[in-house]
Design a protein around this ligand. Structure first.
Ligand SMILES: O=C(O)[C@@H](CO)OP(=O)(O)O
Length: 228
């Protein structure tokens, strides 16, 4: 049965520093590197070998993918990078410390910005030091100024339907190395999670999640590969 493997990148520098990251291109930490290698070792140990890879255009996800593939001896498989798998854009919160933002705006407001379904964080100002607008990787793309989970879903799902799902249907074992919120977008869709319930879903770093597919639909529920 074709499998879909979802992996959130290993710990990033700004996960560690507790800063809102979004589209800012931070690296993985040493711990993140270890998490990514461990994900690869686990794939190998469990005999789940990806045949095709997708990732975002952000280095924390790309490096995680490469390390995971290296540690299951699959660095050679075809891979595609696409901005539509990027982390959700954190708008004007990008770069701020999460605790300082809580102290300033309150726990509830910060929770709404982080986990609500459709309330986007305040937009990023044009020319903000963390605005990736002029980055060549986004040439020709209408870079958002902020994104809620709902807006993230609106760019992740069409890409999933057009580019990834057909590969699973064709029998490939697909690995997607992406981000907390682009993966929440996918899991919400695949596991049919309601707008209310999705606020409680967290995706841990570096832990492969598996969906088994029959045709174009998942069979049964997702599981962590470490528990299989
Ligand atoms: O900062 C971010 O971009 C994300 C993921 O690390 O954080 P959050 O947990 O608030 O969605």
């Amino acid at each position: 049965m074709p499998k879909l493997i979802l992996v959130r990148h290993g710990q990033s520098e700004w996960n560690l520093a507790n800063r809102f990251t979004g589209w800012w291109d931070v690296d993985v930490t040493e711990k993140g590197v270890e998490e990514a290698k461990e994900a690869g070792r686990l794939l190998k140990e469990k005999g789940v070998f990806p045949t095709l890879a997708f990732t975002s255009v952000q280095k924390r996800a790309i490096k995680t993918l490469h390390l995971a593939l290296e540690y299951c001896d699959r660095l050679w498989i075809p891979e595609t990078k696409d901005w539509r798998l990027n982390e959700r854009h954190y708008g004007g919160l990008t770069g701020l410390n999460k605790q300082e933002t809580r102290d300033r705006h309150g726990d509830e407001q910060v929770h709404i910005w982080r986990r609500s379904f459709d309330v986007p964080p305040p937009p990023m100002d044009k020319g903000d030091e963390y605005d990736p607008g002029n980055d060549p990787r986004y040439e020709g793309i209408d870079v958002p100024q902020t994104e809620s989970l709902k807006l993230t879903i609106e760019r992740v799902l069409p890409y999933w339907e057009s580019d990834i799902l057909p590969k699973l249907v064709a029998g490939e074992t697909v690995i997607i190395s992406a981000h907390g919120n682009s993966l929440r977008a996918l899991v919400k869709h695949l596991s049919n999670i309601s707008d209310d319930e999705i606020t409680g879903l967290e995706i841990p770093t570096g832990q492969p999640i598996i969906y088994e597919f029959e045709g174009s639909a998942p069979v049964g529920e997702r599981y962590y590969l470490k528990d299989a």
